[in-house]
Design a protein around this ligand. Structure first.
Ligand code: SF4
Length: 417
């Protein structure tokens, strides 16, 4: 890793205020011409962390007779063969701001390098994406009609889709309150309770059922087993989105087992035991619980043997694999969210340093020292466009070669060879 040169250039002071540092988003360089500065948010973040007010501005076409301000500028190669820059400038006579500008540019210059970035696949499973797309389609179809479109929670969807739905006038709610006959209700990927389904019919709502097929299969299996008088052990977590709808289809017959010990409370005297792995619960987390259940009740049978969701396992495996191949793992998402912390935990289990990034400005030069390969995973809590902004900013610190990794478990059909 080599330190990039910092050049000091005279620039016009138009728009510069004493006490603040100007960080260009574009800049005219006498050597390379007009350059964009994708890493400007990183520079701005470092300055703000030092308590310096910052103004981001386009300095590419400032024409002036007076080049009376000083700018500190670094150029570096881009992956597309072009050149990027990052810079900071201070008003004439503002020694404190100029010193801060120089120091921060030197810090970022020290970590300029050509790097690889390994991106983990989207955090959204196929069921959630399908439901998001069904909701968007319904909202677009009914946008200019009298019919309201309501998407029921938990509406797990990318933030871009949530914004699109809001723009189309759709609402997200946890009940059918206020909906009139003919209004449209979208059921979420992890399904709804039997009572809510009946309520939608009673209110004469138009139902867009976006329940994931794996969830629907689990719900049907639970209802069938209950009809046969079975006790059902749902291997999963009480607070998971799919739990309440499944429980509602087999009232009084479901025991949720989130640990092997929870399987002890079932009495075989109350009827045959069937079990289900909750859709959305990873097969790895479920395996010891299922093993404990089978050893306690050897006659227990799976209620739906062919339908298993591998999405959580595939996501965890992908993050682990990306982290294993990286010097630093950036997890993009809300630092308060359990999903972002979960992704960080997987990366740390792989022995890789992990940083939660809730904002582009959270990336600091010290994080990138001696880092050749950056891993990146997006949390479901990431703000719209944040991952793209992080990639863009990192692309302004030298050539950034981006690859995407996705581990995926596929159903094998027919003869294996
Ligand atoms: S069952 Fe799997 S694919 Fe379907 S919504 Fe749940 S996590 Fe997603």
């Amino acid at each position: 890793m080599s330190r990039a040169d910092v050049r000091e250039l005279p620039v016009p002071s138009i728009g510069m205020q004493r006490g603040e540092v100007l960080v260009p988003t574009h800049v005219g360089d006498p050597v390379h011409g007009l350059l964009s500065c994708p890493a400007a948010p990183l520079v701005a973040g470092s300055l703000r962390a030092r308590g310096r007010p910052v103004q981001l501005a386009d300095l590419s076409d400032e024409a002036s007779a007076d080049f009376d301000a000083r700018m500190y500028l670094v150029t570096c190669p881009r992956e597309d063969g072009g050149t990027a820059a990052f810079a900071a400038a201070a008003a004439p006579g503002d020694a404190l701001s100029a010193a801060a500008a120089r120091t921060v540019i030197e810090e970022w210059a020290a970590v300029c390098a050509n790097r690889s970035l390994l991106l983990s696949a989207t955090p959204w499973c196929s069921g959630a994406l399908h439901a998001a797309s069904a909701a968007s389609k319904a909202a677009a179809e009914h946008q200019n009609t009298e019919r309201r479109v309501c998407v029921l929670t938990p509406a797990a969807m990318p933030p871009e889709t949530a914004a699109e739905l809001a723009g189309l006038g759709a609402t997200v709610a946890d009940s059918l309150e206020g909906l009139e006959p003919g209004d449209v209700v979208v059921f979420p990927a992890h399904g709804v309770t039997a009572q809510l389904r009946a309520d939608a019919a009673r209110r004469e709502l138009v139902v867009v059922d976006a329940t994931c097929p794996i969830v629907a299969a689990a719900q049907e299996a639970a209802a069938r087993a209950a009809d046969r008088g079975h006790q059902i052990v749902l291997v999963g977590q009480p607070e998971q989105a799919a739990t309440i709808p499944i429980v509602s289809l087999a009232p009084g017959r479901v025991t949720v087992a989130e640990t092997p010990a929870k399987t002890a409370g079932i009495s075989a005297a109350q009827g045959p035991v069937s079990y289900l792995l909750e859709p959305g619960f990873s097969v790895e987390a479920g395996a010891p619980i299922l093993s404990a259940l089978r050893s306690r009740y050897p006659a227990a049978r799976p209620a739906v043997p062919a339908e298993v969701c591998y999405a959580p396992s595939d996501r965890a495996g992908t993050i682990y694999s990306v982290a294993l191949g990286s010097d630093l793992m950036l997890v993009v998402g809300d630092p308060q969210s359990s999903d972002a912390r979960y992704a960080c935990g997987i990366a740390r289990d792989a022995g890789t340093k992990a940083q939660l990034i809730g904002n582009v400005e959270d990336i600091k030069p010290a994080m990138l020292a001696s880092v050749n390969t950056i891993g990146m995973a997006e949390s479901t809590s990431a703000a719209a466009g944040l991952a793209a902004r992080v990639l863009d900013a990192l692309s302004g610190l030298g050539r950034l070669t981006i690859a995407r990794r996705r581990l995926s478990t596929e159903k094998a059909t027919g003869a294996l060879g």
